[in-house]
Ligand binder design. Structure first.
Ligand SMILES: [Zn+2]
Length: 439
């Protein structure tokens, strides 16, 4: 047990150091070595990749086809290297979600189900060593400032996720809360357990912030994940709690990025190999991501295409890390608004981040919003304002901002209607997605 703790401590320290001290050459060498091991493993143990080999794949990374989420779900039984069946894992995960105390699958594998905003749920599997690695990584790069002596963390999750099973380690205590519980219960938990770090989706952090008068001790750090965090929400949360906010960017497909000491979001390039694809953004240079997990072998993620669109910052970060910096996460490719061109013949793309900026830069009096594109000609803006706010002026400013961005992409907005309804959460994932395309 003591040896195990020591090994974990050393691993966490090494993961922290590699983030800041590796140079580009060391990183590339590491990536190539890990890739070689993974490709060799899947060529021998994954029926899917074995078949690719017999059908002409030369075993190299460069010639691997991209894999989408729906393909991975369809081919799950062939892709995984442990002979696991998707149907059995679904059954297992659903029984556990309903409260059966099932432990590990076949005594070895932790099983999760991705929340599936698109409606497609992907089972995720970690072996014991992958769990160990992943837990250490999350711990090392969680964004909890090293200056906090005894972090006591609220970790809000919708369902039990295998990566978050540990509750106490190296002086950090983690308390899980289901974020669909009433906010009063969560605030009570924060007080009862004196939690000083709050980790959850930004929509939940905002709800807690509205009740912050009820919290009887200082909050020392915030961690945001699972939903897009826009600049305004980040500033608001930091000001409300007088605490730094770190972002982590992770999902079923891996722990993609975490926040450095200087507050920038960096790709975890020693853990995931990230390639980028053209996304159709004509205003900035947002890209679609393709990720390859460099460690996981049970369910390999190789050239796996994400739905997310991300903009990079080409400038080096002051923290000294050579891992690439993410300027902002724009949202899901499925939610890019489709506008008719001025002549009406082609489709122009308006990215979620520009829609968000158009709205939340219009006024300080917007409490909640959501923009829904119902079809090519119809856009609905839901606006929940402070009492006595000048609604008509705010709506005019939003319209003006949206028209500016539509013009930048050479498109037409169509009809824009405003309502005072509250945003709707995605019915599959329960995430709050502020910019939604419904067709
Ligand atoms: Zn940095």
């Amino acid at each position: 047990m003591i040896l195990d703790k020591l090994a974990r401590f050393l691993l966490v320290r090494q993961i922290r150091q590699s983030f800041y001290t590796w140079d580009a050459e060391r990183l590339q060498h590491h990536q190539q070595k890990r890739l070689g091991e993974i490709l060799k493993h899947v060529s021998q143990h994954s029926p899917y990749y074995k078949e690719l080999r017999t059908n002409g794949w030369d075993g190299s990374f460069a010639s691997l086809p991209l894999l989408s989420k729906s393909e991975l779900v369809t081919q799950f039984d062939q892709v995984n290297t442990a002979g696991l069946r998707k149907a059995d894992l679904f059954d297992f995960a659903i029984r556990r979600e309903r409260g059966e105390p099932l432990g590990l699958y076949r005594g070895r594998y932790s099983v999760g189900l991705s929340s599936g905003t698109s409606g497609i749920r992907l089972p995720t599997v970690l072996s014991a060593s992958e769990r160990w690695q992943y837990g250490s990584l999350l711990f090392a790069r969680s964004g909890i400032p090293e200056s906090i002596r005894q972090p006591r963390v609220l970790f809000a999750l919708r369902v039990n996720n295998p990566a978050f099973m540990e509750v106490r380690f190296l002086g950090v205590s983690i308390f899980h809360a289901d974020y669909t519980r009433p906010i009063e219960d969560i605030v009570r938990l924060i007080n009862e357990k004196t939690l000083n770090v709050l980790a959850g989706p930004p929509s939940l952090l905002r709800l807690i912030s509205q009740q912050r008068q009820q919290i009887d001790h200082p909050i020392q750090a915030l961690i945001s994940y699972a939903e897009v965090l826009d600049d305004k929400t980040r500033q608001q949360l930091q000001a409300d709690f007088q605490a730094p906010l770190a972002q982590i960017y992770q999902g079923a497909e891996g722990f993609i990025a975490s926040t450095c000491r200087a507050g920038s979001l960096h790709l975890n390039e020693d853990v995931v190999l990230v390639e980028t694809l053209e996304s159709g953004d004509t205003v900035s240079h947002a890209r679609r991501l393709v990720v390859t997990d460099l460690h996981r072998k049970t369910l390999p993620f190789l050239r796996y295409q994400l739905n997310d669109i991300v903009e990079f910052n080409p400038e080096p970060c002051s923290c000294g890390s050579v891992f690439r910096c993410i300027e902002r996460i724009h949202g899901r490719a499925d939610d890019i608004f489709h506008l008719r061109s001025r002549e009406g013949e082609v489709i122009r793309f308006l990215f979620p981040d520009y829609v968000t900026r158009s709205i939340n830069q219009a006024s300080e009096e917007i409490l909640e919003f959501q923009a829904i594109q119902h079809n090519l000609d119809s856009l609905e803006i839901r606006l929940h304002l402070q009492p006595n706010a000048a609604r008509t002026d705010i709506e005019t400013r939003i319209l003006h901002n949206l028209e500016y961005w539509a013009q930048r992409v050479a498109g037409r907005l169509g009809t824009v209607t405003f309502s005072d309804e509250l945003p709707e959460r995605n019915s599959n994932s329960l995430k709050l997605i502020r910019v939604v395309r419904r067709f």
